[in-house]
Design a protein around this ligand. Structure first.
Ligand SMILES: CC(=O)N[C@H]1[C@@H](OP(=O)(O)OP(=O)(O)OC[C@H]2O[C@@H](n3ccc(=O)[nH]c3=O)[C@H](O)[C@@H]2O)O[C@H](CO)[C@@H](O)[C@@H]1O
Ligand SMILES: C=C(OP(=O)(O)O)C(=O)O
Length: 429
């Protein structure tokens, strides 16, 4: 299996293009199930999760056509993909496909709304906690669905169609907000979702659904109101830039030092993370082209952080920030509040010489003078990239194994870093 080999020590200087967001692309692709007309998505990233979802959707009958590259188009430009669910040929989302990726469970919303019934395997995804689906089930039940869990499948039906109503999430859930919003778009009457996720990806999905004819207001706030319509139509929508990829490369530059333009990045999508990074002594500037990140000679300061739903510091940047703090002056306390088991990178960072003490949901990271290269592997996507960030400054060679995690969510990671001066390559280990 492939690994990423890094020889630490080089500064990053240059330009890194930011891809379309994985966590927006996935629900947007799933929204294609809501209409028999064509949904055209621009700026879709080239990722394993996107490919995996393509397979799941084609199993339901969605045709998928990647528009050819235009002459002179930048090789890093996102794909333009045409999706069309003219007819839903299968309402079963089988274990083999769904178990590989959490977001594939989200087909439950559109399938139920359009077809009145479906059977969806309980999901898999990153090993970062138990990740139950109770909010999805309770939310859909509040819309009149009947759902039983049988043999590892959610068996869902809505014999009289889905209807509006009100549902308050016990805690913020991005996925369940996506699903209720999609389901309610085709329900009878008005659905009010309270304590909804405010993540930019929720707003992106709402924008696309509105372009498809949905009547949605309040996306990006705690209360979303959806007035159901009989039918949705085709639309063209561009996936927003990936705020987690942006934050990851910003932290990589903070770690190595240097000066990099994150082209196409939008600061408003990750202000809390950028503010935290600025406190470490990293310079952040917003330009017309994106975000410029630099650190030239200033020492890294230890900063405490606690993950929170948007607009707070994202859990998907926690591992990367921890990698950065391993080289800061002093001790930083990092608190994970979203997932109960998202510290799997700690023991791997320790292999590189990091000093981290775990105390329940808190990690106390005491900066060291140097990290030293080693063989490491991680069990999830963001944990894997945190090891790459540490490897960029570790003395000697670091090999990050299980690259498939990285390929789920980072498009051409090694090319983007190598173009800015890092010694990094993909090897067959
Ligand atoms: C593909 C995608 O967009 N994934 C993101 C999405 O995951 P995902 O949508 O799975 O995460 P949620 O926002 O649903 O999870 C938040 C918390 O709610 C809990 N919960 C959720 C649903 C439920 O039915 N019951 C329940 O208890 C979860 O276990 C977790 O502790 O948001 C997370 C939180 O920002 C990110 O880390 C993931 O990268
Ligand atoms: C946890 C993540 O993905 P997923 O929800 O698909 O497991 C992530 O993108 O960091």
């Amino acid at each position: 299996m492939d690994a990423i080999r890094i020889v630490g020590g080089a500064e990053l200087n240059g330009v890194i293009p930011i891809s379309g967001a994985k966590n927006a692309a996935l629900p947007l692709m799933i929204a294609a199930l809501l209409t028999d007309e064509e949904l055209i998505l621009e700026n879709l990233p080239r990722l394993r999760d996107v490919q995996q979802l393509q397979q799941i959707l084609s199993n339901h009958g969605v045709s998928y056509m990647i528009q050819g590259k235009r002459p002179g188009q930048d090789s890093m430009a996102g794909q333009v993909v045409h999706l069309q669910a003219k007819e839903i040929i299968d309402t079963r989302a089988p274990y083999d496909l769904v178990s590989k990726m959490r977001a594939s469970f989200w087909v439950i919303g559109p399938l139920l709304a359009r077809m009145g019934q479906c059977e969806v395997s309980l999901p898999g995804g990153c090993a970062i906690g138990t990740r139950p689906v109770d909010f999805f089930i309770d939310g859909l039940k509040a819309m009149g669905a009947e759902i039983e869990i049988e043999n590892g499948y959610a068996m869902a039906k809505a014999p009289n169609g889905l209807k509006g109503g009100e549902f308050t999430f016990p805690r913020v859930s991005v996925g369940a907000t996506h699903v209720l919003m999609m389901a309610a778009s085709l329900a009878k009457g008005t659905m009010v979702i309270k304590n909804a996720a405010r993540e930019p990806e929720v707003v992106d999905l709402a924008d696309c659904l509105i372009a498809m004819g949905a009547k949605i207001s309040g996306a990006g706030t705690e209360t979303i109101t959806i007035e159901g319509v009989e039918k949705l139509h085709g639309a063209r929508h561009s996936v927003l830039p990936d705020r987690i990829e942006t934050g990851t490369y910003a932290m990589a530059v903070a770690m190595t030092g240097g000066d990099v333009l994150l082209k196409g990045a939008r600061a408003d999508l990750l202000q809390s993370a950028l503010d935290t990074l600025a406190k470490t002594g990293t310079k952040i500037e917003t330009t017309e082209e994106g975000i410029r990140v630099s650190r030239n000679g200033t020492a890294l300061k230890a900063v405490d952080v606690s993950t929170q739903p948007y607009p707070g510091f994202p859990t998907d940047l926690q591992a990367q920030f921890m990698a950065l703090m391993t080289m800061a002056g002093g001790t930083s306390t990092i608190t994970e509040t979203i997932f109960e088991n998202r510290f799997m990178h700690v023991q791997e960072l320790a292999r590189l010489g990091a000093k981290i003490a775990l105390d329940g949901q808190k990690a106390h990271v005491t900066g060291v003078e140097t990290l030293k290269g080693a063989q490491v592997m991680a069990t999830d996507l963001r944990a894997s990239v945190s090891l790459v960030i540490a490897g960029l400054v570790a003395e000697g060679e670091t090999k990050v194994h299980r690259v498939y995690h990285l390929d789920r969510g980072f498009e051409r990671l090694e090319d983007k870093l190598a173009a800015c001066g890092a010694t990094v390559e993909r090897i067959s280990a």
